[in-house]
Ligand binder design. Structure first.
Ligand SMILES: Cc1cc2nc3c(=O)[nH]c(=O)nc-3n(C[C@H](O)[C@H](O)[C@H](O)COP(=O)(O)OP(=O)(O)OC[C@H]3O[C@@H](n4cnc5c(N)ncnc54)[C@H](O)[C@@H]3O)c2cc1C
Length: 472
C-alpha cells in the first residue's frame, strides 16, 4: 500500500474543549457533525484507499461562516481539510490524523449568467452537474466535463485543476477560471471576482489557487468563463489495432475537424471489465474484442458528422466503428468509456496513477507500463485508459498486493524519464507527495514551500498534501 492509513477509525480523536460549541455558534448545531455515524462518509475517499478519523465535520453556508470557522480552528490550532464532493482520487480531501473537515457542500449559490461577458459566478460547493444545468438554461456551457459530474464540486475542480473529457479543445479548469473568492487560514478573505478579462496588475493570485489542492486557502466562490452550448454533436467509437494507430487517427482528425471536442482511449481488458460491470453489449456489429477503442466526439452549431466521417474515410486503419448522433445513442457509446472508473473500483481497491507523457512517447510508454506491471507484480491486472490528446493515461492496477509502492515508483520513474508529469489532472494529494521531486525541480519545490508558508504560516490547511515533509 503506497499510502498507509494513518489512523484507524477506532482510535477516534476528540475536538479540543470549546471548539464544537464555537463552531455551532457560527454555523448552527445541525451543521457540526461529531457523531461517528454522521462523519463516516467524510472519512473515506471515493476509492476506499484513503481513510482517517476526524473529530468534526463542519458545514458552513457562506464565505463569512467559512472565515469564522477557519478563525476558530486556527484559535484552537486544529488543522482543516477542505472537502468538496469527495470524488478526488489522491487522498487529498479526507482526514488523516484527526484534522477537522470543512465541507463546502452548502456553498451552492448560483448567480445569474452574465450574458454580456459570457461568465458566471458560482458557489464553490455547487456540483458540476448543477452548474451545467444552470448555464445551459441561458444558452451557455462550461467547457470542462468529467464522469464524476453529479458529485464533484466546482471548488474541488479548481483546487485540483481538473481536466476531463474536453481539454483538447478548451483546456483544463485553469483555462476556465477568471476569478475566485477564497478564505485564508487566518480568516482573511481574498476577493478576485471582478471577471475582468484583462488585468496585468501584478501576480495572478487566482491562478495560484488553481491546483493548490486546499493547501493555501478555502475557495468559496468561483467566476467561470463560459462557452457556447453546442446544439449538434456526433460521437464515434473506433476499433483499432494499437496505440500508434490511435495517435495517427487523432492527428488526422485534429488537423481537419476543428469541432473535435474529445478523444478518449481504452483497451480490451478495461472494456471487458466495463461490459461485465454494466452488462453492456459490444458497441460493434461483431462482438470481437478489439485491442484498442478510440472514442471521438465533435460538437458544433451545425451537424459536424459529415466533417468527421470525411476525415475518418481517409484513415485506412479502422477495424470497426459505431456512430451516434442522438443523445441516447451517444450516451450509450460514452458508457463504454465512462464506465471504466466505476468498473475498476467494483473489481477491487486499485492502485491509481494519473500520468501524462509527451504524445511521441505514448505508445512506447504503454508497452513499458505493461512490462513493469508483469515484472513488479506478476498476477496483477492492469487497466489503462485516458485522454489521448493530452498523452494522459489513468493507470489502474488491481491485485498488486504488497507491490503497490514498488510499482508506483517504477511507473512514475518511467514517466519522469520520458519527460512527463506524475499528475496530469487528479493532483498530487497525499498519494504522490513523496514523488513530486521526480518531475519538479528543486527550485520549484523551494518556491512552493515559501508560497505555502506565506499563505498558511501555521500549516493549518491540508497538512500532508503536496508536501511530503513539513514545508517549514
Ligand atoms: C468516476 C470519476 C471520474 C473522474 N474523472 C475525472 C476526470 O476525467 N478528470 C479529472 O480531472 N478528475 C476526474 N475525477 C477526479 C475528481 O472528480 C476531481 O479531482 C474533482 O476535481 C474533485 O472534486 P471534489 O469536489 O470531489 O473534490 P474533493 O475530492 O472533495 O477534494 C479534492 C481536493 O480539492 C480540495 N478542495 C476541495 N474543495 C475545495 C475548496 N472549495 N477550496 C480549496 N480546496 C478544496 C480538497 O482538499 C482536496 O485536496 C474523477 C473521479 C471519479 C470518481
Amino acid at each position: 500500500m503506497s499510502v498507509p492509513v494513518t489512523a484507524t477509525l477506532d482510535a477516534r480523536p476528540s475536538a479540543p474543549k470549546g471548539l464544537l460549541a464555537q463552531l455551532a455558534s457560527i454555523v448552527g448545531g445541525y451543521h457540526v457533525l461529531s457523531d461517528p455515524d454522521l462523519t463516516a462518509g467524510h472519512e473515506v475517499d471515493w476509492t476506499g484507499r484513503f481513510t482517517g478519523p476526524t473529530p468534526v465535520v463542519v458545514r458552513p453556508r457562506n464565505p463569512h461562516e467559512v472565515a469564522a470557522v477557519l478563525r476558530a480552528c486556527a484559535q484552537y490550532r486544529v488543522p482543516v481539510i477542505p472537502q468538496g464532493g469527495n470524488t478526488g482520487l489522491v487522498g487529498g480531501g479526507v482526514p488523516r490524523q484527526g484534522e477537522a473537515v470543512l465541507s463546502t457542500t452548502r456553498l451552492t449559490d448560483l448567480e445569474p449568467v452574465d450574458r454580456l461577458s459570457g461568465q458566471v459566478t458560482v458557489g464553490a460547493g455547487a456540483t458540476l452537474a448543477a452548474v451545467q444545468r444552470h448555464v445551459r438554461e441561458a444558452g451557455y456551457d462550461i467547457a470542462v466535463d468529467l464522469a464524476a459530474r453529479d458529485s464533484a464540486t466546482i471548488g474541488g475542480m479548481v483546487a485540483t485543476n481538473a481536466g476531463g473529457l474536453r481539454v483538447l479543445r478548451w483546456g483544463p479548469m485553469r483555462s476556465q477560471v477568471v476569478g475566485v473568492e477564497a478564505v485564508l487560514a487566518d480568516g482573511r478573505v481574498m476577493n478576485r471576482l471582478s471577471g475582468l478579462p484583462k488585468d496585468s496588475s501584478g501576480y495572478d493570485l487566482t491562478q495560484l489557487l488553481v491546483g493548490s489542492e486546499g493547501t493555501l486557502a478555502v475557495i468559496t466562490r468561483v467566476r467561470l468563463r463560459l462557452i457556447p452550448l453546442f446544439t449538434d454533436r456526433v460521437t464515434v467509437l473506433l476499433a483499432l489495432q494499437d496505440t500508434a494507430t490511435a495517435l495517427r487517427v487523432l492527428a488526422l482528425v485534429r488537423g481537419s475537424v476543428p469541432s473535435l471536442d474529445s478523444a478518449e482511449i481504452t483497451y480490451a481488458d478495461g472494456v471487458a471489465l466495463v461490459h461485465k460491470h454494466l452488462r453492456l453489449p459490444s458497441p460493434f456489429r461483431t462482438p470481437t474484442p478489439y485491442p484498442v477503442h478510440l472514442l471521438l466526439e465533435c460538437a458544433a452549431q451545425r451537424d459536424p458528422a459529415d466533417d468527421l466521417i470525411e476525415a475518418l474515410e481517409r484513415s485506412p486503419d479502422l477495424l470497426d466503428s459505431a456512430i451516434a448522433t442522438d443523445e441516447p445513442s451517444r450516451r450509450a457509446l460514452w458508457a463504454h468509456r465512462e464506465g471504466h472508473t466505476d468498473a475498476v473500483n467494483a473489481a477491487g481497491v486499485p492502485l491509481k496513477l494519473d500520468v501524462a507523457v509527451p504524445l511521441e512517447e505514448l505508445a512506447a510508454f504503454e508497452q513499458e507500463v505493461r512490462g513493469l506491471t508483469v515484472r513488479h507484480a506478476p498476477g496483477a491486472r492492469l487497466v489503462l485508459f485516458g485522454h489521448l490528446a493530452e498523452g494522459n493515461y489513468h493507470v489502474n492496477i488491481l491485485d498488486a498486493g504488497d507491490r503497490d509502492e514498488e510499482l508506483s515508483e517504477a511507473v512514475l520513474r518511467a514517466v519522469a524519464r520520458r519527460g512527463g508529469t506524475i499528475s496530469a489532472e487528479h493532483g498530487i494529494g497525499v498519494a504522490k507527495a513523496r514523488w513530486l521531486s521526480l518531475t519538479r525541480a528543486a527550485v520549484d519545490l523551494d518556491l512552493a514551500a515559501v508560497t505555502k508558508r506565506a499563505w498558511d504560516p501555521e500549516a493549518l490547511l491540508n497538512p500532508g498534501v503536496l508536501f511530503s515533509a513539513d514545508p517549514a
